[in-house]
Design a protein around this ligand. Structure first.
Ligand SMILES: NC(=O)c1ccc[n+]([C@@H]2O[C@H](COP(=O)([O-])OP(=O)(O)OC[C@H]3O[C@@H](n4cnc5c(N)ncnc54)[C@H](O)[C@@H]3O)[C@@H](O)[C@H]2O)c1
Length: 268
């Protein structure tokens, strides 16, 4: 059975080959969905990278397209969603994955600009895309939105004040939209990954690495905090949770923040 046959899904921040966004695209495509792979496009290299991602999915049998999408640019958001509707006539699944690891480091040293950038991408980015997508979903009788928060959005990790504040806010947004659009059969949930081995995961290791410590050692030290097998997540494991929340296996699930973190539970 193809869980998402006939559905169209869009993923933001999906240009990196080893990122959670593209892993989710692969999982959605494997479940039968047509996929719109989007990310920031600042130059020709970004454009080619994004086209290559979509081509990979097409080769594997999905009807996938690539589209430039800076989630902080409301004009581009509008143009992208209009393009999807023109192409497919529908949009059933939105994974708000784009994220910026801003506002990290010792709290007293974090610049306002970093707090603001984290807020603009992680919160307002989801707001912007939801504002464009929800009317499309309403018109088609429903849809599923999944927001990518973090375990840093449900518990305290010292050193992540700005990032964490934005990811808590994203869960707040998730819950309010779930309550507000339940009558429209639009389900809105969040996933909360723990440690996932991606470019951002590597940045996190760099942040917490002790002076002189090899990155591989720092990486395995951090993994000791994870109850399940003391390991980092593969991005696919987050993508598969997105498929579950987007699918008819979860028709009565809305407003939740699902940890996908191998049992990792930050304090407070
Ligand atoms: N890696 C982890 O351990 C981890 C843990 C919890 C949550 N997350 C979340 O997962 C998501 C994906 O992160 P990742 O680990 O795959 O790292 P990543 O760096 O590969 O992905 C982040 C993506 O967001 C995109 N992006 C940044 N600003 C954007 C903008 N203005 N518009 C559109 N796209 C933009 C980047 O281009 C990039 O493709 C993020 O929201 C991150 O906060 C990651």
């Amino acid at each position: 059975m193809s869980l998402l046959q006939g559905r169209v899904g869009l993923v933001t921040g999906a240009g990196a080959e080893n990122g959670i966004g593209f892993a989710a695209c692969r999982s959605l495509a494997a479940a039968g969905a047509q996929v719109v792979v989007t990310d920031l496009v600042r130059d020709l290299a970004d454009e080619m990278r994004l086209q290559a991602r979509a081509a990979e999915l097409s080769t594997a049998g999905s009807d996938a397209i690539a589209s430039a999408l800076d989630v902080t640019d409301t004009e581009q958001v509008r143009a992208c969603i209009d393009g999807v509707v023109d192409r497919f006539g529908r949009l059933d699944i939105l994974f708000n994955n784009a994220g910026y690891a801003g506002g990290v480091g010792p709290f007293l040293d974090i610049a306002d600009e970093q707090f603001n950038l984290g807020w603009q991408v992680n919160v307002m980015g989801a707001v912007n895309v939801c504002r464009a997508v929800i009317p499309v979903m309403k018109a088609r009788g429903g849809g599923a939105i999944v927001n990518n928060s973090s375990v840093a959005g449900i518990g305290a990790i010292p050193g992540l004040a700005g990032y964490s504040a934005s990811k808590f806010a994203l869960i707040g947004l998730t819950k309010v939209l779930a309550a507000e659009f339940g009558d429209d059969n639009i389900r809105v949930n969040a996933v909360c990954p723990g440690m996932v081995w991606t470019d951002m995961g590597r940045e996190e290791v760099e942040l917490f690495r002790k002076a002189g410590q090899h990155i591989d050692q720092a990486r395995s030290d951090m993994a000791r905090e994870v109850p399940l097998q003391r390991r980092w997540a593969d991005p696919r494991e987050i993508g598969d949770a997105v498929v579950y929340l987007a699918s008819d296996l979860a028709t009565y699930v809305t407003g939740i923040a699902l940890p996908v973190a191998g049992g990792l539970a930050p304090g407070l």
